[in-house]
Design a protein around this ligand. Structure first.
Ligand code: CP
Ligand code: NVA
Length: 302
């Protein structure tokens, strides 16, 4: 089984991953780190673009489950010299049990999965970031005690992280509001699928309207990896979508503020909000580890 899109998982599968993630988190807090669940299994991580959280959390997750992990940069592989994905996927399938791939284009991840005979996990593409969504759902559930009916307001660029979160909302029954400028909406195919599942995402231009009475406020960078060339333009277009104290004040009093990180303080979020009592951003980042352990246990079990 692969995880290329968050839509690859059913509601029951997501709930099971969140439950297992919570169990592993509790155990780890008590000092139980290493299990032997994935002894003898090897996960390769391929990065076409930078990563801190995804790379380290996957490496630690695999090691703590008793498995092996190999972290590879695209340009250090023959991929960087023009070897095709097709041959790379076929060869790696003979060596390792799973590949996590972070790529510029979603089609790269899909092509890798097409030719691999092993499990392939999307570690972020221009379209989706499903592993992030698993940690996000675990965090929201821990604070709100439920997912169905929770009001989530995304403020800013309707990007890859937003797309997967919309999928997560459609699967679990959360109500999703997206405030973004025209031309920065989430992907049509993601919205279409959400709609088919009965989740009508509300897309509006006004950030305060979206944030009103929200249980969860979420934002992400204005310039994603690969968009650097139009960085200055994006920063101008998105400047009214900052997660600041004024915006937080229109949400519910116990709103949680989320961000997948890395944060750009002073751009999409203020220092004050980042470090406020409402912010669960560091715990959200920690939950990447627990949900990925749960995910790997599911995907790689004997
Ligand atoms: N949130 C996230 O995926 O972070 P990295 O880019 O550091 O992996
Ligand atoms: N939207 C951001 C997320 C980084 C984790 C990007 O793609 O760069």
């Amino acid at each position: 089984m692969n995880l290329i899109s968050i839509y690859d998982l059913s509601h029951a599968e997501i709930e099971a991953i969140l439950e297992k993630g919570e169990e592993l988190k509790k155990e780890r807090k008590k000092g139980v780190k290493v299990r032997k669940a994935l002894e003898g299994k090897t996960l390769a991580l391929i990065f076409e673009k930078p990563s801190t959280r995804t790379r380290v959390s996957f490496e630690v997750a695999m090691r703590e489950l008793g498995g092996n992990v190999i972290s590879l940069n695209w340009n250090e592989l023959q991929l960087g010299r023009g070897e095709r994905i097709r041959e790379t996927a076929t060869v790696l399938s003979a060596y390792v049990d799973a590949v996590m791939i972070r790529a510029y284009r979603h089609s790269t991840v899909e092509e890798f999965a097409k030719y691999a005979s092993i499990t392939v996990i999307n570690g972020l593409s221009d379209l989706e970031h499903p592993c992030q969504t698993l940690a996000d759902l675990m965090t929201i559930k821990a604070y709100k005690k439920k997912l169905a009916g929770v009001k989530v307001a995304w403020v800013g660029d309707g990007n890859n992280v937003c797309n997967s979160l919309i999928g997560g909302a459609a699967i679990t029954g959360m109500n999703m509001f997206v405030a973004c400028p025209k031309g920065y909406e989430p992907a049509g195919e993601i919205l279409e699928k959400a709609k088919e599942m009965g989740c009508e995402v509300v897309i509006i231009e006004n950030a305060e309207e979206a944030a009103a009475d929200a249980d969860v406020l979420y934002t992400d960078v204005w310039v994603s990896m690969g968009e650097e060339e139009e960085g200055e333009k994006r920063k101008k277009v998105l400047r009214n979508y900052q997660m600041n104290e004024d915006l937080v004040s229109v949400a519910k009093k116990d709103v949680i503020v989320m961000h997948c990180m890395p944060v750009h303080i002073g751009e999409e979020i203020t220092e004050g909000v980042m470090n406020s009592d409402n912010s669960v951003i560091f715990e959200q980042a920690e939950n990447r580890l627990h949900t990925q352990k749960a995910l790997l246990s599911k995907l790689l079990k004997y």
